[in-house]
Design a protein around this ligand. Structure first.
Ligand SMILES: Nc1nc2c(ncn2[C@@H]2O[C@H](COP(=O)(O)OP(=O)(O)OP(=O)(O)O)[C@@H](O)[C@H]2O)c(=O)[nH]1
Ligand SMILES: [Mg+2]
Length: 201
């Protein structure tokens, strides 16, 4: 049987699948971000915020929030015909840190979502990825009413390596989140190539 060019063209492309983490502090919009872009109904593990959690779950700025992620969010987006991202949203609260190592296995890169009204909430996520050399991009989720800062200010406040991309986003907006994910993939791939092919001397 002959395999001409035309029959080869019709073969479906087997996409490359990449795992991306979505991290950041409590209530910064991780579940919202995964839900905004996922082409499958996102798997969520939301539980109601309880009276018992009130002293530790700081709702300043997200007073309308009624639930929190207790294990993970999961979603999928096809960036290109041959490139599919699996998104894993992490739980935001400190008491679920023990899940992170499991979630981080095999991740190409990560988004650290930040809210400028409480930037310190994402320090732990930034530290986590820096320590493990997992490439990450910082995406500032621009809530209404939050002061807008230039990316350089955010970069300095988080004491980031100048190569770490910082961009503004709206976690509810599909296009905006897509742009963030494209940046994460491009940055992670660039870094990986640099590690594999050190500059010739
Ligand atoms: N105004 C505004 N509200 C947002 C935005 N993103 C998320 N929210 C709201 O903020 C609250 C927190 O969003 P979540 O997506 O649950 O945050 P999370 O980071 O998953 O929270 P945890 O899993 O509990 O850490 C929800 O009430 C959202 O509707 C945004 O970009 N703008
Ligand atoms: Mg969540």
């Amino acid at each position: 049987m002959a395999f001409g060019r035309s029959s080869r063209k019709k073969r479906p492309v087997e996409p490359v699948t990449l795992k991306i983490l979505v991290a950041g502090g409590f209530g910064v919009g991780k579940t919202t971000l995964v839900g905004a872009v996922s082409e499958i109904r996102p798997l969520r593990t939301e539980e109601s915020l309880s009276e018992a959690g009130r002293p530790v779950d700081d709702l300043a700025g997200v007073e309308a929030k009624t639930t929190t992620t207790v294990a993970m969010d999961f979603g999928r987006i096809t960036l290109r015909e041959d490139l599919v991202l699996y998104l894993f949203g992490t739980p935001g609260q400190d008491r679920f840190w023990f899940l992170w190592d499991e979630l981080a296995q095999g991740a190409l890169g990560a988004v650290v979502l930040a809210d400028t009204r409480r930037l310190e909430d994402c320090f732990a996520a930034v530290d986590y990825f820096e320590r493990r050399a997992i490439p990450f991009t910082v995406a500032v989720n621009c809530f209404e009413g939050a002061d807008k800062f230039p990316t350089e200010t955010v970069q300095a406040a988080l004491d980031l390596d100048p190569e770490v991309p910082v961009l503004m986003c709206d976690a509810r907006d599909r296009g905006s989140v897509r742009d963030v994910l494209v940046t994460v993939v491009e940055d992670a791939v660039t870094r990986e190539n640099r590690v594999r092919e050190p500059a010739a001397t």
